[in-house]
Design a protein around this ligand. Structure first.
Ligand SMILES: Cc1cc2nc3c(=O)[nH]c(=O)nc-3n(C[C@H](O)[C@H](O)[C@H](O)COP(=O)(O)O)c2cc1C
Length: 181
């Protein structure tokens, strides 16, 4: 009796453990974010471009922002050595851009005019809601991600746009009604 109940306990614990990562991801998904594409020139070939929801502000003085990149991302090596990168905050109408830059090896830049093809210029996506051009400031270990902190050297924002929102694993649109008090 005692043995079998111990056995059930171990199985239940194992099932609970197997569920734990999913429950953690689901809880994290309750934090609504915007969506951004991190872009960086490469010395040769097409620029780096990767969709992130992990963008956030860090410091006003100096002006710092952060995002984190999964160690499995193909872009990681180039981002780690990039001399400059930019955060392009996506507008509501840019869901297709978000999906495109969230797929590795997918012809990310097809049909997009990103300007000069050299390492000396920031790469900016057309029609972004805001852009933050950064110089690398710090990189930190973030477990299975690498945390990038960028120093903002230039930024611009459109006043007319609406943001693309990510919440609960889905894209959302902003509703203009004020939050309930
Ligand atoms: C809405 C959304 C948000 C994402 N946020 C992140 C993120 O913050 N960090 C990350 O490493 N990957 C994130 N991803 C996944 C990457 O965009 C995806 O792994 C991409 O294929 C990486 O490209 P690469 O392997 O060519 O570098 C996100 C994807 C989506 C759709």
């Amino acid at each position: 009796m005692a043995e079998s109940s111990v056995g059930r306990g171990v199985k239940a614990d194992a099932e609970a453990d197997a569920e734990a990562p999913r429950r953690f991801r689901n809880a994290l998904a309750m934090f609504a974010t915007g969506v951004a594409v991190i872009t960086a020139p490469r010395e040769e070939g097409l620029p780096v471009g990767i969709t992130v929801a992990s963008f956030n502000s860090v410091s006003l003085d100096p002006p710092l922002v952060l995002f984190s990149v999964d160690r499995r991302c193909l872009s990681l090596g180039d981002l780690r050595t990039a001399r400059r990168y930019a955060v392009n905050v996506l507008a509501e109408a840019q869901q297709d851009i978000s999906n495109r830059f969230a797929r590795a090896n997918s012809g990310k830049w097809e049909g997009i005019d990103f300007g000069k093809r050299d390492g000396d210029n920031h790469v900016l996506l057309p029609d972004a809601l805001a852009t933050f051009e950064c110089e690398p400031y710090a990189q930190h270990d973030g477990g299975d991600h690498v945390i990038f902190i960028g120093r903002v050297v230039r930024h611009q924002a459109r006043q007319d746009g609406r943001p693309l929102i990510f919440f609960g694993g889905k894209y959302r649109a902003l509703e203009d009604s004020p939050a309930a008090a």
